[in-house]
Write a protein that binds this ligand. Structure first.
Ligand code: ADP
Ligand code: MG
Length: 230
């Protein structure tokens, strides 16, 4: 479970101060599929990066699985991120000169799994995203939708509790976007908690909960979709 209470984030550059999150409050429960919408610059990526322990916050309370995140040092945050969080980005962020197998291997090597365990996890996760027949292909030999599937396999390979996705369909045409969304829905059904930032209102509505961020706050409108009630 992820709980944020009155989180503030102020970016300080040479001459500008940006208050990116203002008293941001959110509770994410085990098994949720949360979509996050809101105007450009409203703080969606900042929220996701803090939730995924990629970014620190200025003040407020953030507990992740009962752990007070503010009390962790850099190492503690990295360790927790590697154990609990998988990230998917709009631009896929695959390593261009590594084949699919080796791309999915990157976080597994980092975690120090042995070769046999890594191979099993790579194969299982490429299979899960429907790309087990392409393990020796390079990212450039795949469509955008397939590249995003590889990025999802890479994010899942370490078996994270939380999958955080920042506009995962933003670079895809609508057919590929549908495919990636269906895959995320399957992954959520299999137990992974998902938080997805998206500009696509239709995809956002398919989540079990939709929140809107405006000016660094979770907007008053917190819509619980019909699907969650049913
Ligand atoms: P969104 O993802 O909703 O478009 P962001 O979270 O990226 O919004 O940005 C929120 C605000 O914080 C914006 O005003 C942005 O310019 C600012 N911001 C984001 N990252 C940084 C940074 N690293 N340094 C300074 N300002 C930043
Ligand atoms: Mg963003």
């Amino acid at each position: 479970m992820l709980v944020m209470k009155n989180i503030n984030k102020i970016f300080q550059t040479a001459d500008i101060q940006t208050h990116a999150l203002r008293d941001f409050n959110l509770t994410v429960n085990e098994g949720d599929f949360i979509s996050v919408t809101g105007p450009s610059g409203s703080g969606k990526t900042t929220f996701l990066n803090i939730a995924g322990l990629l970014e620190t916050f200025t003040d407020g309370e953030f507990t992740l699985d009962g752990q007070d995140v503010a009390s962790l040092n850099d190492n503690g945050r990295s360790r927790m991120r590697n154990e609990k969080i998988g990230f998917v980005f709009q631009s896929f962020n695959l390593i261009p000169d590594l084949n699919l197998f080796d791309n999915v291997d990157v976080p597994l090597r980092y975690r120090g799994f042995n070769a046999k365990e890594r191979k099993a996890r790579i194969e299982a996760n490429l299979e899960r995203v429907g790309l087990s027949s392409r393990m020796k292909h390079l990212p450039s030999q795949l469509s955008g939708g397939q590249q995003q599937r590889v990025a999802i396999a890479r994010a899942l390979a370490t078996d994270p509790r939380f999958l955080l996705a920042d506009e995962p369909t933003g670079n895809l045409d609508s057919e590929m976007a549908q495919g990636v969304m269906s895959l995320l829905e399957d992954i959520n059904k299999q137990g992974t908690t998902i938080i997805m930032v998206t500009h696509d209102a239709e995809l956002a509505q398919r989540a079990s909960r939709t929140i809107q961020v405006k000016d660094g706050r979770v907007s008053e409108l917190e819509i619980v979709s019909k699907k969650a009630i049913a």
